[in-house]
Design a protein around this ligand. Structure first.
Ligand SMILES: Nc1ncnc2c1ncn2[C@@H]1O[C@H](COP(=O)(O)OP(=O)(O)OP(=O)(O)O)[C@@H](O)[C@H]1O
Ligand SMILES: [Mg+2]
Length: 500
């Protein structure tokens, strides 16, 4: 055996103007290992792996690969060193096809120089996806038209296609369905037995326990420790991450469910979903479970006016309404937190303040003037309640860690005072302590009479929070369970079409 581990990052420090993201971090990992990195939002996980992939420069320290110092000062150098990363914020080029994204820079040429052999290119890209078990993706589609989970799979395919020695996966599972996750795990195992080092970042501790050989915990830019799953448990790991134990995970709630606030009847949209009918009551948290691609997001987007339905009726507080655009929806009191924060949730180049206040501006405008004091005070309150870090509201959202960006989206919608709040994967990428905060906020909102439609692929979240659960499959509602009836097995079976 070699005396040293394959990867050694030694005394790495990094600060972004004013924010010390990493301080003297020493981290090592070996080939043939799945090494998980966990920690709260903003702990420095993405920064650490971006340094390794050459995307971010570090201020101090050195990196050794196979015992030899390397300079990874650009993504190209990192590529040459066999390092590939799948980032939390996707890096695909939206208007290019799946094929072009996967084969970027390696497109097969035809007989003439400069001509791309498209047939061969599409075939190669398809082969790569098939080989990974990632089915259902048309390689000729522009990436911008894919669902987030398919985009994620294309990202992974692109990284894996080049047979890296070190593969970095930053929150890869957040947008994947159970089924897709299984495929990803199989792939990770396969790469591991082929002596790849896999660095795996996730906020889902059950996943980490399932696939990691070792787990390193980061907190406030420092390493807290490295443990083996068999030597610890979730409780102890959370304590290492958060510095304290967490109380009640899901708030105990006496649901005070009132009259109907929203109802949809026979809602259909060609190619997306058909004949969807349900009602949501004031103060109710209605879960909507289903496999990724089952049409849940499209139903939400239809109600919200982003993709108007072809047929069917929407009622708000008993009155039939016509929603032609998100603006209509917002004015009527229907808000949607989207699963794809980069596409329609956030303006990355704007500040926390501007992003949060975007949806609520009319309320704080009098005679066309903005009351900036009022705006700031409201934004500040949200920043505190959701522990958005760093808490400076003039910060650009681009500079926040992934989980903190998600909190900004949530804050924005919480301020709209909606009657109906549709939350599509609200805790995606959010750390465990903040998740608990979000659950309590949801519970408070419901207590105040807001009707909440909770779309989530995380079963524990659906089961822990919902008063009632709907299940969608292939564009149709196929099941409804009360809180007492619902169980993990039943929901999964129903979503997979195995239950009548
Ligand atoms: N481009 C940037 N400019 C300024 N500050 C940044 C930038 N990128 C990250 N930071 C800051 O560095 C710290 C570490 O961020 P990082 O993205 O590494 O966290 P993380 O552990 O990946 O969190 P998450 O779980 O939310 O993804 C945070 O305080 C973040 O705000
Ligand atoms: Mg991150």
């Amino acid at each position: 055996m070699r005396k040293h581990e394959y990867l050694l990052m030694q005394d790495i420090s990094k600060s972004y103007d004013g924010t010390q993201a990493l301080r003297g971090v020493t981290f090592s990992a070996d080939l043939g290992e799945v090494h998980a990195i966990v920690g709260e939002n903003g702990a420095g996980k993405s920064t650490l792996i971006k340094i390794l992939s050459g995307a971010v420069r570090y201020d101090a320290g050195q990196i050794l690969i196979d015992g030899k110092p390397v300079s990874l000062d650009s993504p190209l150098h990192a590529h040459q060193a066999g390092i590939r990363a799948v980032y939390q914020e996707f890096s695909l080029i939206p208007h290019l096809t799946v094929t072009e994204n996967i084969l970027l820079g390696r497109m097969p040429h035809g007989k003439l120089r400069g001509w791309v052999d498209w047939t061969a290119a599409h075939r190669r890209a398809q082969d790569i996806l098939d080989g990974l078990g990632f089915t259902g993706i048309d390689v000729r589609t522009p990436v911008s038209q894919l669902s987030v989970s398919h985009q994620q799979m294309v990202e992974i395919a692109k990284a894996v296609a080049e047979r890296p020695r070190i593969l970095i996966l930053d929150e890869p599972s957040a947008v994947l369905s159970q089924e897709e996750l299984k495929r990803l795990f199989a792939l990770v195992q396969q790469l591991k037995s082929a002596s790849t080092l896999i660095l795996y970042i996730s906020h889902r501790l059950n996943e980490v326990f399932e696939i990691a050989d070792r787990i390193t915990v980061l907190k406030d830019g420092e390493i807290v420790g490295t443990v083996r799953p068999q030597d610890t448990d979730e409780g102890r790991l959370i304590k290492m991450m958060v510095g304290r134990t967490l109380g009640e995970f899901y708030p105990k709630r006496e649901a005070k469910v009132g009259g109907e606030v929203l109802a949809v009847q026979g809602l259909s949209r060609e190619g997306a979903f058909a004949d969807v009918s349900f009602s949501l009551a004031r103060g109710e948290i209605l879960g909507m479970f289903g496999l990724v691609g089952s049409g849940r997001t499209q139903v939400a987007r239809s109600i919200y006016g982003a993709e108007p339905p072809d047929a069917g009726e929407i009622r708000l507080e008993g009155k039939t309404i016509k929603i032609r655009s998100p603006r209509d929806a917002l004015q009527l009191g229907i808000a949607l937190l989207t699963e794809d924060r980069k596409r329609d949730g956030l303006v990355l180049s704007c500040s926390i303040r501007d992003n949060i206040s975007l949806a609520t501006l009319p309320e704080v405008t009098r005679w066309g003037f903005l009351n900036m004091h009022q705006v700031d005070a409201r934004v500040q309150r949200q920043v505190q309640e959701l522990t958005i870090r760093p808490p400076q509201i003039q910060r650009l959202v681009r500079q926040l860690s992934g989980g903190n960006q998600q909190k900004v989206v949530l804050a924005k919608w919480l301020l709209t005072h909606a009657k109906v709040l549709i939350l599509d994967e609200p805790t995606r990428g959010v750390d465990i302590a903040t998740k608990v905060d979000i659950y309590h906020i949801m519970s408070d909102l419901a207590d105040q009479g807001v009707g909440i439609l909770l779309i989530s692929s995380e079963l524990p979240e659906i089961l822990g929070m919902s008063d009632r659960v709907l299940v969608m499959r292939e564009g149709r509602l196929v099941g409804e369970f009360t809180r007492a009836q619902a169980s993990e097995e039943k929901l999964l079976a129903c979503a997979a079409g195995l239950l009548q």
